[in-house]
Design a protein. Sequence first.
Length: 188
Amino acid sequence: MTWRGRGAAATAGLLAAALAATGCGGGSSHPAAAGGFKNVAPASIAVRSSAFGSGQAIPRVYTCSGRGISPPLQWSGAPDGTRELVLLMRDIDAPGGNFVHWVVAGIPPDTDSVTAGDVPRGGVEGVNSAGSIDYTPPCPPHGDRPHRYLITILALARPTGLRRGFAPSRLSGTGLASGTLVGTYARP
């Protein structure tokens, strides 16, 4: 089995939960029906970027055609009782299905932003679908229609206790809230 296959299998529970929690379009929310998260409340976390708006194109600098650094992000609205935040960025239009570009757990609940090219304060990165422990920039096949990249923040009721390089399948817990920012990108 290739890493891409193992990565997809390893992230299946996380992705199912994130999809259920945030909805495919990023604007709706549903209780998690499967995966490692339970009791995800309606989307109450506002996720935004100073680099692009929801539904807009991700600037080239944050893609494989540019510097390939992570975009600046801000969020607000984590409910009382949040003990940890998780950041997940995935391409829902990837040829092989959901492709995880970035996963960060262990983010303290009082953290509300990350600057471009950095990891959120206190966060630990997990293995993404490319098999690396960092941000993998959007890089859809040349000529594809614009891919949608969902950047989701999940609020958890208990800390995960995960360390750098964790497998995303290890993420689980009681989700309190979520929020998603959707960016798009296409390569000519």
